[in-house]
Design a protein around this ligand. Structure first.
Ligand code: CA2
Length: 149
């Protein structure tokens, strides 16, 4: 069974509680529940993880490499704009991933326009609210169905 991991960075545990104008009204648990159900219906296993700590995200990516994960959906949150360490972890494991952002990072402060992940991502989806996760999952399912040996 194909494995897809969803990895979320700092402060995304606050989703649904604050700043709905940027991030919507759904909680991360609610989004993850819907993703798990969609993945299960397609015969895939989906695990989600969130951390506010850079090293825990790096360790999770390394764990994905050991666990034989097929695809990662990643919202690096603020680490998008700062983390060479997380980028290096993704390069090291070589697992294809889609970078997602709830907000349109190109329509906000200029420091959000640069991502350490976009050039090594399979794709980038930004600015559609929680739907970005569902769109990324559809693309990930398509990829694992078409790319598995
Ligand atoms: O739009 C996105 O998904 C971001 O990755 C979210 C990050 C931000 O630093 C990126 O530039 C774009 C921030 C996540 C903060 O999440 C919150 C959720 C609810 C309330 C407050 C913060």
């Amino acid at each position: 069974m194909a494995k897809i991991w969803v990895i979320n960075g700092p402060n995304l545990n606050l989703l649904g509680e604050r700043e709905p104008q940027h991030y919507g009204r759904r909680s991360l648990a609610d989004i993850a529940r819907a993703l798990r159900a969609k993945a299960a219906a397609a015969g895939c296993e989906l695990e989600d993880f969130q951390s506010n700590a850079e090293h825990e995200l790096v360790e999770r990516v390394q764990a994905a490499g050991r666990a034989g994960v097929d695809f990662i959906i990643l919202n690096p949150a603020a680490f998008t704009h700062t983390s060479v360490a997380l980028r290096d972890a993704l390069s090291a494991v070589g697992i294809p991933f889609i970078e997602v952002h709830l907000s349109n990072i190109h329509a906000r402060e200029s420091f959000r326009r640069h991502s350490y992940f976009s050039d090594i991502a399979r794709g980038v989806i930004s600015g559609l609210g929680p739907q970005v996760y569902e769109l990324a999952l559809a693309a990930a399912l398509h990829a694992v169905e078409n790319e598995q040996a």
